[in-house]
Design a protein. Structure first.
Length: 221
């Protein structure tokens, strides 16, 4: 069976390695954008995680001419109307550090009784012609009043997960991956990957046919 090359729209080797391990039993070769040298950066100006994930996936697929998988994720706090949402990575400013984002969130949440929040992850798998598959998962929790734990990144130190009685930053990576929004979305993708491969082969065959027709048409004009 033909092996399909799938590009993960990231330069984060840990992220692409995670997906490579997840899909190791399937006829797919996982690469990431770092394998292709300097590339332009996609513009992430969508209003939703879905829009941004699709923008990244489609941009990468069209630049490289290969199927691409992208994710967009962030934190939604109920009392803040869903903020920081798609602005999670730059909540305290364009170049904000994780610590600065956490500090701003805790200051904004001072005196707020409703601490409910959720992490959201959307995966988008796009082919160069435009069609895409989407997978979304969430993880419900609460915002703490101070950072706790040293594992993880982003808002992990202030996101308390009640079933474990810990913040994400107090959970070891494998423990967090078993329950996190991103872990759930990736497992959903893996569980359906046989169907995904069929879809990819159909889309890529259609793409080759359209390209061949375009070439033939060009040759006859």
């Amino acid at each position: 069976m033909e092996t399909i090359t799938l590009v993960v729209a990231t330069r984060n080797r840990a992220k692409s390695s995670e997906i490579r391990a997840l899909l190791k039993d399937f006829p797919v070769e996982i690469k990431d954008v770092a394998d292709f040298g300097p590339l332009p950066e996609p513009v992430e100006d969508g209003r939703t995680f879905d829009e941004n994930a699709y923008k990244k996936a489609l941009f990468t697929a069209r630049v490289l001419g290969l199927p691409a998988l992208a994710d967009d994720s962030g934190l939604e706090v109920e009392a803040l109307g869903g903020e920081p949402g798609v602005h999670s990575a730059r909540y305290a400013g364009e170049q904000a550090t994780d610590a600065e984002n956490n500090r701003k969130l805790l200051e904004t949440m001072k005196g707020v009784g409703n601490r409910r929040a959720r992490f959201v992850c959307v995966l988008s798998l796009a082919v160069p012609t435009g069609p895409a598959l989407t997978y979304e998962a969430t993880c419900e929790g609460e915002i703490t009043t101070e950072p706790r734990g040293t594992y993880g990144f982003g808002y992990d130190p202030v996101f308390y997960y009640p079933p474990a009685g810990k913040t994400f930053a107090e959970m070891k990576p494998e423990e967090k991956a078993a329950v996190s929004h991103r872990g759930r979305a990736l497992r959903e993708l893996r569980e359906e990957f046989d169907k995904v491969l069929v879809w990819l082969r159909q889309r890529l065959a259609e793409e080759r046919r359209l390209l061949a027709e375009g070439i033939c048409q060009h040759e006859h004009t």
